[in-house]
Design a protein around this ligand. Structure first.
Ligand SMILES: Nc1nc2c(ncn2[C@@H]2O[C@H](COP(=O)(O)OP(=O)(O)OP(=O)(O)O)[C@@H](O)[C@H]2O)c(=O)[nH]1
Ligand SMILES: [Mg+2]
Ligand SMILES: [Zn+2]
Length: 297
């Protein structure tokens, strides 16, 4: 019996990465009867039946689970946004930061199209503008700025993938698939069924699967533009804004939701520039959403 990680389920088979190979696996009968759901990322035990075929005999309990995209045991999520075109949707980024933190997954922010951005800011008629990366770095998040076109920043990011299960998430057109290709340097393990090419012929990515990439496993995923916040109590939301931490216990009211209350130290920190205005605005938007969702439970 050998241990592996499920890459994807497709056409009644499961593709499992184990001992540096991809195995086409069928399910042991008792799993079929139980109608057990397997997800990419599930750690499974397989029994080889030939050089390329095996049978799934068992699965380990999941450590965590991301619902969008549906992947188990994710170590880190690469939240991918373009620096320009499309303009980064920071509301979506802030939602994603909450969602992955909630799921116990480490976020890594990746801004792509650095080449485009430099070209724009270096043109004589446009003033250089500080990019938002520093706002997120100051909060404590890991941020990369890369170009999939020139390769800037790719090697540093590649070092973060080894031995890990990573997921690329973000809006459509930001360069997730391009990033995946840049990170994997065109070196990809193939079995009969796993053809990276066929999936990459069109620009839009459809199904979710893990692929062997840079010494780890990475899932490229379809882009999306909206995301609901996870279910939580209104007083828990501020905990997902790490930069609020040093202020939140200094408000006049201990029950302060940092919205319209007087003597709110977070509002004060935002007014004097210690907390980013957009981050605070998103907090207030999200608070309304969490309150509205609470009423529906
Ligand atoms: N200049 C420049 N263009 C890029 C870069 N990365 C991606 N692109 C271009 O951006 C477009 C979209 O890239 P994709 O990789 O298909 O984007 P995606 O995020 O996978 O999009 P979906 O699969 O629809 O979610 C393509 O035309 C790419 O060539 C980059 O770093 N610099
Ligand atoms: Mg894509
Ligand atoms: Zn407050």
């Amino acid at each position: 019996m050998i241990e592996g990680v499920l890459l994807k389920g497709y056409g009644g088979f499961y593709y499992v990465y184990a001992e540096d190979r991809v195995w086409e696996c069928s399910l042991r009968g008792r799993f079929r009867i139980k109608d057990q759901d397997f997800l990419p990322g599930d750690r499974v035990r397989i029994l080889p039946e030939s050089n390329t075929k095996a049978r799934i005999e068992g699965a380990e309990p999941r450590l965590n689970f991301l619902s969008r995209p549906s992947i188990a045991n994710v170590d880190q999520a690469l939240l991918v946004f373009a620096m320009t075109s499309p303009k980064p949707d920071l509301n979506l980024l802030d939602r994603l930061l909450i969602q992955v933190t909630y799921s116990g997954i480490e976020p890594i922010i990746v801004f792509t199209k650095l080449d485009n951005y430099n070209a724009e800011t270096l043109s004589p008629d446009s003033k250089p503008q500080p990019f938002v990366s520093d706002i997120y770095r100051r909060i404590g998040y890991t941020v990369f700025e890369v170009s999939n076109k020139t390769g800037t920043g790719i090697a540093e990011l590649r070092n973060r993938l080894e031995e890990k299960i990573s997921v690329l998430a973000g809006p459509s057109g930001v360069g997730k698939s391009s990033l995946f290709n840049a990170l994997s340097e065109g070196k990809q393990l193939k079995t009969g069924e796993i053809s990276q090419k066929s999936q990459r012929g069109r620009h839009t990515t459809r199904h979710v699967e893990l692929m062997v990439c840079a010494g780890g496993l990475v899932a490229d995923t379809p882009g999306f533009s909206s995301l609901f916040l996870p279910k939580m109590k209104r007083e828990d939301l501020a905990g997902y804004f790490p930069e609020f931490e040093e202020y939140r216990h200094k408000c006049r009211f201990s029950s302060c939701l940092h919205d319209k209350e007087p003597d709110c130290s977070i509002k004060a920190a935002q007014e004097n520039g210690e907390i980013s205005r957009t981050r605070y605005e998103h907090y207030r938007d999200f608070l309304q959403e969490v309150i509205a969702a609470e009423r529906r439970y």
